[in-house]
Design a protein around this ligand. Structure first.
Ligand code: KG4
Ligand code: ZN
Length: 357
């Protein structure tokens, strides 16, 4: 079984061809193409949905052509087309879904609609140099991206139960908004992680919201506010130059003394540690409650090294290669191959509000 998958739910335009190995039941990627419009969004300090969709309309065909030519397959050798149909930005999703519908009609192939969040989980089933073993089920998946923080129980393929999620900001959003205060544009998580390497995570005792709650819910907006208050208090420049606040704002690191820099690094390390402590504690709690055999990380924040290292669990931890943590079409191919649910092109529509059903 070989699938061409498309992913356009946010700012990336991606196409990949994957196949399911009948032997080890893992996904082999024949190609994985991606065009990013990150530079465009860096200029505006965030994603403008219409601008993202316009860019994706221009990129989608060349990206698909590249995926097909890299894979060296003919159209006859592609069995189906998979596409992300939600959740995401409506204009962006429409680019992928309408392209998939058109190709499915022209090429007479079925379509497999894929939930983007479930795609993130299935990045763990792709064969690559870092990920040789097959996750065992039941598994607990922690999906941590810019828009989502969710814990999910995977009893079996197609048998998924949502356990809890964030009540306000997502973990990635918390990283992004805190990074923005220090003058860094989206995505801020890698920047905080980089600054945190030079800092001490024990200097600031930031709150660990909901760490002891009896459910699997999260909340990161209070932690974000605690970081913002502490940082503004330490660096008066952030209070006096209000006209610079926003995406054009100064990069704090360039305007402070060496000893102040150390404070900034300590703030970043302490923030990162607080986020990680909550994520790990809640994930382990879910593993124990459901006797899970594996932990599957997914989403951009899963690229965070401290988070990966922090799981000293007896349960096998799976985390995709970093390039497969952030949005890509390979994970959509993987989800479709394990949950083969073909539909006609006539029956597929976008669902921007889609969640776990
Ligand atoms: O999954 P993703 O690429 O896009 C969404 O679907 O949102 O996730 C993007 C998020 C951003 O918030 C970004 O700051 C965060 O992932 N991120 C990280 C790291 N790399 C990306 N957060 C912390 N540490 C990282 N190394
Ligand atoms: Zn995503």
């Amino acid at each position: 079984m070989r699938i061409l998958a498309l992913e356009t739910s946010c700012d990336e335009t991606a196409a990949a061809i994957g196949e399911l190995n009948t032997g080890d039941k893992k996904i082999t990627l024949l190609s994985n193409s991606i065009a990013s419009s990150l530079k465009l969004h860096a200029k505006t300090g965030g994603i403008i949905p219409e601008a993202a969709a316009r860019q994706q309309s221009a990129y989608i065909i060349p990206v698909i052509e590249q995926a097909i030519s890299t894979a060296h397959v003919t159209l006859q050798e592609i069995d189906a087309i998979a596409v992300t149909y939600g959740p995401g930005l409506i204009g962006s999703l429409l680019v992928g879904v309408e392209t998939a519908r058109t190709l499915a009609y022209l090429w007479e192939k079925p379509i497999i609609p894929v939930n983007h969040l479930i795609g993130h989980i299935y990045a763990n089933f792709i064969k690559d140099s870092t990920n040789q073993k097959q996750p065992r089920l039941p598994a607990i998946a922690l999906i941590v991206s810019g828009g989502h923080t969710d814990l999910v129980l995977i009893r079996d393929h197609g048998e998924i139960k949502w356990l809890g999620g964030t009540r306000d900001d997502a973990a990635g959003e918390c990283f992004d908004k805190c990074a923005r205060l220090a003058g860094y544009s989206y995505p801020g998580g890698p920047k905080i992680a980089e600054l945190a390497k030079k800092g001490d995570p024990n200097v600031f005792q930031f709150p660990r919201p909901m760490i002891g709650s009896h459910d699997f819910e999260f909340s990161f907006s209070g932690l974000k506010t605690a970081f913002l208050n502490e940082t503004r208090q330490r660096f008066p420049i952030l209070r006096t130059s209000t006209e610079k606040i926003g995406w054009e704002q100064i990069v704090l690191e360039k305007h402070i003394t060496q000893s102040q820099k150390q404070t900034l690094y300590d703030l970043c390390a302490s923030l990162q540690q607080a986020i990680i402590d909550v994520l790990i504690t809640k994930t382990i709690k879910a593993v124990r409650q459901y006797n899970a055999k594996s932990i599957l990380l997914g989403g951009g924040v899963a690229a965070n090294e401290k988070l990966r290292e922090g799981f000293e669990s007896t349960v096998a931890l799976f985390a995709p290669a970093k390039s497969l943590c952030t949005d890509n079409a390979a994970m959509i191919a993987s989800a479709a191959l394990f949950n083969y649910n073909p539909s006609s092109w006539r029956d597929i529509t976008v669902n921007p509000e889609l969640y776990f059903s």
